[in-house]
Each structure stands twice: as C-alpha cells, then as structure tokens.
Design a binder for this molecule. Structure first.
Ligand SMILES: [Zn+2]
Length: 470
C-alpha cells in the first residue's frame, strides 16, 4: 500500500472525477426552497462504505466529497491509518470504489441501503389528546422538537424549585433555544451540556434530556450532583435542523439559515464550524453547499451566537463544557483547530478516562479518549475550542455517543435508553472527578461549593458503584 501522493495519483483521481466535476457548474439550488416541495429526500440505494485509508491519502477521499454526492460521515483512527465511513449515492458508488481500488485500500459495505434503515425508523408522532398525561416524552422513541420542548415546560411546572427554563435565543426559523438550569439555588460552579448541535445525530438530544430527567425527576437519587454543581443543559441546540431531518432529509447536519450569495443558494451552516475562534482555519469549508460550511462569517448563526454569549456571560461559573454528538464512541478533548495539546491535558484525561470507564459498566460500551485532532480530524470554529479557548472553561469535551457505525446516525430506538443510562453514569463520575479538582481551578471564591462536606462527596462515590479511577 502506498503511503504518499504523487502527481500521477492526483491525475488519476481527477480523471475518475472528471464527469462529476462537470456537474459542479450546474446552478446550486437547494430543492427544498421550492415552495411546493413536500416530500422527503429518499436515500434509496445509498450505501455506507467503510475503508481503511493511509493518513496521507485521506485528502484523496475528501476530494470525492467536493464533486460527488458523497460524504465522509466518520473518521476512526487505526494506527497510521484512518478508518472512514463514506456515504455514497448510487451514481457515485462506482467512482468511490474505483478510487479505493486504485489505492489498494481495504473496504467493506457496512450499510447496504440507507433508505431501508430510515424506513424502519419512521414513527408517526400522534398528538395525545388525553389530558391526564401532561407530556409525551419517552426514551423508547425519537420525538419531535415540540414533544421535547413541552416536556421541559412540564418539568418547570412540576419542579419550579429545581429547574428554570432560560430562552437564550431563537433559531433562524424562530424556534426557542431553551437551556434548562438545574440548581439547588445556591449558585455553584456549573456544568454546561448541549445536545443536537448537528441535526441528524438524534441520540444526542434524547441523551441530554435524560440527564435533565435524572437530575430533576430523580433528584432524591442524584441530589449530590445538583448540590455540587449548577447544570445548564441545552438539549436541542439546532431545532430547525432537527425538524428538517424528521420531515425532509434524515441526513441533514447543518442549521437552516439562508445566506444566499451570487454563486449559491444552498441552505445552512455547520454550527460546529461557526464559532468565533480560529474560524475557517482548516477542517471547515467556505463552500456554502458543504456539510462543514463555516458560514459567511464567524457567529453568523443565531444558535452559535446564543451559545457563545451564554457561555461568555457565565465564564467564571462554568467548569465543564460538554457537547453531545454521534457516532463513533469517542471522548474528545481540545484542541480541534491545531494538533497542540491542551495545557491541562493530564487533568482532562483523568476526568475523561474515569467517566468513560463508568460508561462501560452497563453494556461494555467502549469509548476512546483523545484530542479532536488526534482521534478525528482538524476542525476549526468548533464549540469545544471556543469553550476551552476564549471562554476558558477548564474541562471542555465533545462526546461522540453510540454506535461504532453499524447504524451510525440511525441508531435504533431500542438503544436510546441504554445510551442515555450509560451516559448518565458517565456524568455522575464526571461531576465527582471535576469536583475533586475544583480547588485547583476555582476562579471565584464566592462559590459555596466548599461548604459541601466531604461526607457528601464520599456518599456520591459510594452511592454510585462506578469503577473508581486509579
Ligand atoms: Zn456532530
């Protein structure tokens, strides 16, 4: 297997792509802008191909994304290789295979027909007019933004002493961006969690909501977590994109903003490339139709602005930033824009490893811990870099939840609850481990955290029987 790229290879790849490149000159019109557009995008015949690619040749595969209906949906490190998942449209499949074969790359088809899997997932949300049940939230199905939002309102009504909803902004399509503040009212150091920044990663909002549920509805069992920390949880960070995946395009990733220019009428920006820190400095695209489009300028998205401002306003209180994504089961640390290691790498790793160990307890779900650039790819303008960099939150992470690619973004319903339960196990340990390190990081002495007795901390440690870190 060759480990370098020469000019001849480039010529071969581009000749394979020649037909596709010609397609680039067609006007870039998003079909969904048609007011009569009603039907969902079909992924019939779309395949996911998994290939082992030497690092040097990854750009060759990425070149396919620019010109074909092809997307690299996952990157999993494997020594000096990268295992990548390539989502290919039927008309692009033969070209992808030609390139893989030319470079002698090992590959296998892991999803035969994506539409078949989407079909299995379809679930009609039926409005429940039974007034006795005050919300319809469950963890055996993926629900609409409306159902999830109403659940938060229900919690606020039932548990006003524990949970306060804060609208931190509105999406492009005017949906509320709602942070659930869970607090015992004593202004503790805080943990931020966001879910659903990427629209198609459906298990992420449900997991974030489950954490809110455990902290509020199961407060008696989890009291120590709320005594130690205030929690700010934004479960649906990209509600427009989420609703769009439910009705029109299951694989949509971006927001739904419309920044139309002369050359493009493509919709949406990758919010996780849009944050105002090292914006557009690698691992993102200035091409509006790209799935990693960084936006016309930094913080162009109302979702990004709302999160950035909220984090900045509470920078002295926030100790942890966590962003839930899927899939590939990795626990990611800064930096994402550069391969440099974060200053407090040792502490970041200790907390992540302890939490990942706890997440393994129930179902043996294994998470790999590492920096974004080491485990995945360079990504500038990400939320984790923004939280760690300009905001200065010492424990900043992004977690790619289940699975390892068998279902990818289409994680079956029967895995929603197990994913949520194991992640909550991780959160318990995360809270405990960060709490132990607080004296080292405390920014303000006004916090009451030190008033918690060591007895209570120990109680948390024993009440949950997670494996203790060594
Ligand atoms: Zn994501």
């Amino acid at each position: 297997m060759r480990g370098y790229i020469n000019a001849f290879d480039v010529v071969v790849v581009f000749s394979i792509l020649s037909l596709a490149l010609a397609l680039d000159h067609q006007p870039l019109e998003d079909p969904t802008l048609d007011p009569h557009h009603q039907s969902a995008k079909s992924y019939s015949g779309y395949k996911v191909i998994r290939a082992d690619v030497p690092l040097a040749q990854v750009p060759m595969i990425e070149a396919l994304e620019e010109s074909l209906d092809v997307e690299v949906t996952a990157r999993i490190p494997k020594g000096r290789m990268l295992t990548i998942d390539v989502l290919a449209a039927p008309e692009a499949e033969s070209k992808v295979l030609q390139v893989l074969k030319y470079f002698d790359m090992e590959y296998e088809e892991i999803i035969h027909d994506l539409q078949d899997m989407i079909q299995e997932e379809i679930y009609e949300e039926i409005e429940n007019f039974d007034l006795r049940s005050q919300h319809q939230m469950t963890w055996d199905n993926y629900h609409s933004f409306e159902v999830m939002h109403k659940y938060l309102q229900y919690l606020e009504e039932q548990y006003p002493h524990l949970i306060t909803l804060i609208e931190i902004g509105k999406s492009s399509e005017n949906r509320s961006l709602v942070v659930a503040q869970v607090s015992s009212g004593t202004n503790q150091p805080a943990i931020w969690i966001d879910g659903g920044l990427h629209a198609r990663e459906w298990v992420s909002p449900t997991t974030a909501l489950y954490i809110i549920r455990q902290l509020v509805e199961k407060y008696e069992q989890n009291e120590a977590m709320v005594t130690m920390f205030d929690w700010y949880i934004l479960p649906i960070a990209n509600p427009d994109g989420y609703e769009y995946t439910r009705h029109y395009d299951r694989m949509w990733r971006k927001t739904r903003s419309k920044h139309f220019g002369e050359n493009s009428r493509c919709v949406g920006v990758d919010p996780n490339r849009n944050f105002e820190f090292k914006w557009l400095q690698g691992g993102s695209s200035s091409y509006p139709c790209s799935d990693v489009y960084a936006g016309p300028y930094a913080s162009s998205e109302p979702e990004t602005v709302a999160i950035s401002e909220f984090l900045m306003e509470r920078k002295d209180q926030l100790m942890v930033y966590l962003s839930f994504h899927s899939y590939t089961q990795v626990w990611l640390m800064p930096w994402a824009y550069i391969s440099d290691l974060p200053k407090n790498l040792h502490d970041l790793e200790e907390v992540a490893n302890a939490s990942a160990t706890a997440m393994k307890k129930h179902n043996n779900t294994e998470f790999t811990v590492g920096t974004v650039t080491k485990l995945m790819y360079k990504a500038s303008g990400s939320s984790v870099d923004y939280a760690y960099g300009p905001v200065g939150i010492p424990f900043a992470y992004a977690i790619e939840l289940r699975d390892l690619g068998q279902y990818g973004f289409l994680l079956p319903k029967n895995q929603i609850l197990p994913t949520a339960v194991e992640t909550f196990d991780g959160m318990k340990v995360l809270a405990r481990e960060v709490y132990k390190k607080l004296p080292k990081y405390r920014k303000h002495s006004s916090s009451n955290a030190e008033l918690i007795t060591s007895e209570e901390t120990t109680e948390l440690g024993t009440a949950s029987d997670e494996t203790s870190p060594s």
